[in-house]
Design a binder for this molecule. Structure first.
Ligand code: SF4
Length: 295
């Protein structure tokens, strides 16, 4: 058993007293909102007010993971709500903010504090993901601030589409960004996500100016994002950012397909196969040829 897996298992055992879950060795499924106080009785207006001020967030789930979502063992917090509609999204159940569970920022911070030693000892921390984390910028701002006060490494996983919501004060409290660049050609970006590419480039430029460590994520989908022209275009965007320490080429998979069906949503990639090894390697090689470190 890898050391990090052993730590995760002992973490799960330690946590068993206050919640009923088994920590995954790698991402299989989240813990839902287990162990966090649900605020289902709050008055609607009060809930909205508190969401606006950032003391209350809409949470899809959270989980403890290792070797994904940043270095070390991480507590990954999936917030509900996303403004994009990526054709390959494997978490379409995070699309709507109203489908999440209300959660107090202080409750999440208490939980981070409880895991702090283990997260820090592994070189890990927290990762705020989604959905799109920046749909709830004030909540994220408070979470980041609180985590930094606790001395915990912070990471945000974002498409950058709502980068304009990220204040300079928030950037002060972010150690690492996982920036998803979903396509490098504006028309293709639109086709893949329904949104515009430029906000992601603008946000990447800001991260570069601030020198915030950034990992780029690119989902390789055969027949959609895999053309050399597109990968080249992504590489040309990314190579301008000296703060990028790695590019992760993530092979498309079909693990989200059933969720689309369950939600009654039209899924357009039913017949798409995961990329083969050759295609993955060819794609990685294009990024490498631009001087980038690729995983
Ligand atoms: S940005 Fe992420 S959560 Fe939103 S639709 Fe795309 S893949 Fe799904």
């Amino acid at each position: 058993m890898p050391a990090s897996e052993a730590i995760l298992n002992s973490l799960a055992a330690n946590a068993a007293g206050d919640q009923d879950f088994l920590a995954p060795a790698a991402r299989v499924k989240g813990n839902g909102t287990a162990g966090l106080i649900e605020m289902t009785d709050l008055e609607h207006a009060d809930r909205l007010r508190r969401m606006r001020e950032g003391t209350l967030g809409s949470l899809h789930s959270w989980e403890l993971v290792t070797a994904v979502d940043g270095p070390g063992i991480r507590m990954t917090i999936f917030l509900a709500g996303c403004g994009l509609r990526c054709l390959y999204c494997h978490n379409p159940d995070t699309f709507q903010m109203r489908d999440g569970e209300p959660v107090e920022v202080d409750d999440l911070l208490r939980r981070i504090k409880r895991y702090r030693k283990t997260l820090n000892a592994s070189g890990g921390g927290i990762t705020i993901s989604g959905g799109e984390a920046m749909m709830q910028p004030r909540f994220v701002a408070k979470l980041l601030e609180g985590a930094k006060e606790l001395g915990v490494h912070t990471c945000v996983d974002t498409s950058g589409f709502l980068g304009r919501n990220v204040t300079e004060a928030m950037l002060d409290n972010i150690d690492l960004v996982l920036l998803d660049v979903k396509a490098g050609i504006p028309e293709l970006y639109k086709k893949v996500t329904s949104g515009d590419l430029q906000p992601t480039i603008d946000f990447g430029d800001r991260l570069a100016e601030r020198g915030i460590e950034t990992w780029i994520r690119f989902v390789l989908v055969p027949g959609l994002t895999d053309s050399e022209e597109n990968v080249e275009a992504v590489a040309q965007i990314v190579e301008k950012w000296p703060n990028v320490s790695r590019v992760e080429v993530l092979p498309f998979h079909q693990m989200g397909r059933d969720k689309w069906k369950t939600l009654g949503l039209k899924y357009e990639l039913n017949d798409t196969q995961p990329p083969d090894k050759e295609l993955i390697e060819r794609t990685r090689e294009i990024f490498r040829s631009h001087g980038l470190t690729v995983y």
